[in-house]
Design a binder for this molecule. Structure first.
Ligand code: EPZ
Length: 433
């Protein structure tokens, strides 16, 4: 089983160009189903979740070619309207194919999605919204049989919570529908803006309004387009947390710094110096981090739930007691047990984590049980004394592109067990016959 091995305690130093955003790439790949033609997408990270989305596209009849970070998707051959169960279970984001398939094909058969185990993740908002647009959806043993008797028809949808995935599904379904759709209380994450930009490049008419509404004028048919996805703000925050926890001075490049306004404050309260240009962020760590009293995960522009674990790992070494409240997901503290095994002192009371900072973390064998928990263990391992071996690496590969190589450019001592095994093999004397 593959492991990441970290010999911790080194300061991080250097420059790192950031990967493209996973959470932008996935809905934009789903949008390619709708965009009947050839789309060229740049800055698509090499991640296992992206590979899973590509497998779905190919299954539906698209041809997909990758050249470095550019994917060319030809969706003219789309004809299949089912997604097999094993593909749906590979990731949560598979559900955003539903809106695109309904809109392009008028029907879809799939089962409920998989994804990180971070508590109940219902899709009621997705389904009620698609029903409001005219889809008939039958649920049977976790399978969804969906059809539209006529073309989807625009309407006003008011979300009870600004769900990212539900907003994306509505945008995809409504972009080519008849008439106009308004989403009230829509998600405002930068990845939503990015999806809107791609849909508009494909001939769509999507307008993000002030105050959390999105207006979509259905255009009947979309064509392929060229688009560059935004950079991954969560990967950036993970590398920032690592720099803060280890000490050091890191320049993140190819970043949209406007996406960081509320989170930079947390790093500054912890004592870090942040210098931003429109497309780069420099973080300089203090000698010892200060605790941050009250961090609450919230929909954008609030503090992102996806950065909660990495920032908790960072604060486990701060001076004093920090408090983090997870308001988005009901069970997203799986990393706490493993961080405590490394010497952290964190207790969880319901949705609140109380982090009593310690002067020293110690390396240990630990397991990543979900993607961001994995990111947090990497942060802790880099900041700990001694060696940390992280298993469950496949979770990390869902969202961080070659995390060990990126961190090595920042002077970290980190490798995969496969790399070490390869090196050891090279050191063996050749077998003589
Ligand atoms: C997206 O997930 C992201 N995934 C998640 O990132 C991220 O944590 C999340 O948004 C919140 O920012 C992708 O973009 C692929 P939601 P999504 O619908 O769309 C409840 C990562 O680590 N809800 O905004 O699934 C839900 O249970 C991943 O990169 C309903 O109740 O998130 C949750 O409590 C993990 N009914 C809350 O809303 C619904 O129908 C937020 O979920 C839908 C959601």
């Amino acid at each position: 089983m593959e492991e990441i091995i970290i010999r911790g305690g080194r300061k991080l130093d250097g420059k790192l160009p950031l990967q493209g955003s996973k959470n932008s790439s996935l809905p934009i790949l789903a949008a390619c189903v709708l965009a009947n033609g050839v789309s060229v997408l740049h800055n698509i990270p090499e991640l296992t979740d992206v590979a899973a989305a590509v497998r779905i596209l190919e299954h539906l009849g698209c041809s997909v070619k990758r050249q470095g970070h550019t994917l060319t998707v030809d969706s003219r051959g789309v004809s299949c309207y089912t997604i097999p169960e094993h593909m749906m279970h590979e990731m949560r984001s598979s559900i955003v194919f539903l809106g695109a398939m309904l809109s392009r094909l008028g029907k879809a058969e799939l089962c409920t999605p998989g994804g990180c185990e971070i508590g109940l993740r219902p899709i009621d908002l997705h389904l009620s919204s698609l029903r409001a647009l005219g889809a008939e959806i039958e649920e049977q043993n976790a399978c969804l049989h969906c059809a539209c008797k006529e073309k989807l028809r625009g309407c006003v949808i008011s979300l009870s919570f600004p769900s990212v995935g539900a907003t994306e599904n509505i945008m995809l379904a409504a972009a080519a529908a008849a008439g106009s759709t308004t989403i009230l209380n829509a998600a405002r994450e930068p990845e939503i803006d990015d999806l809107a930009a791609f849909l508009n490049a494909c001939g769509g008419k999507v307008r993000i309004c002030a105050g959390g509404a999105i207006q979509i004028e259905g255009v009947g048919r979309l064509h392929g387009a060229e688009h560059t996805v935004i950079s991954d703000r969560i990967a950036a925050l993970t590398y920032m947390a690592a720099t803060a926890a280890c000490g050091g001075d890191v320049l993140l490049q190819q970043v949209q710094t406007a996406h960081f306004l509320s989170v930079n404050r947390v790093f500054e309260q912890a004592g870090c110096q942040i210098t931003a240009t429109p497309d780069s962020l420099r973080i300089r760590a203090p000698k010892r981090l200060s605790a941050v009293r009250d961090i609450r995960t919230l929909p954008y522009p609030g503090f992102p739930t996806d950065a909660q674990a990495a920032v908790m790992a960072m604060l486990s070494k701060a001076d004093g007691t920090s408090v983090m409240v997870e308001t988005i997901f009901e069970n997203r503290f799986h990393h706490v047990h493993e961080l405590n095994r490394m010497g952290a002192r964190i207790r969880v009371e319901g949705r609140v984590a109380i982090i009593d900072g310690v002067a020293r973390l110690s390396g240990a064998p630990v397991t990543a049980v979900d993607l961001r928990a994995g990111g947090a263990l990497v942060v802790a391992g880099l900041a700990a004394a001694g060696t940390t071996q992280i298993s469950g690496v496949h979770h990390i590969d869902r969202g961080y592109e070659r995390i060990e190589a990126c961190l090595r450019t920042l002077c970290a001592d980190i490798e995969r067990s496969a790399e070490r095994a390869g090196r050891q093999q090279q050191l063996q004397p050749p077998v003589r016959k």
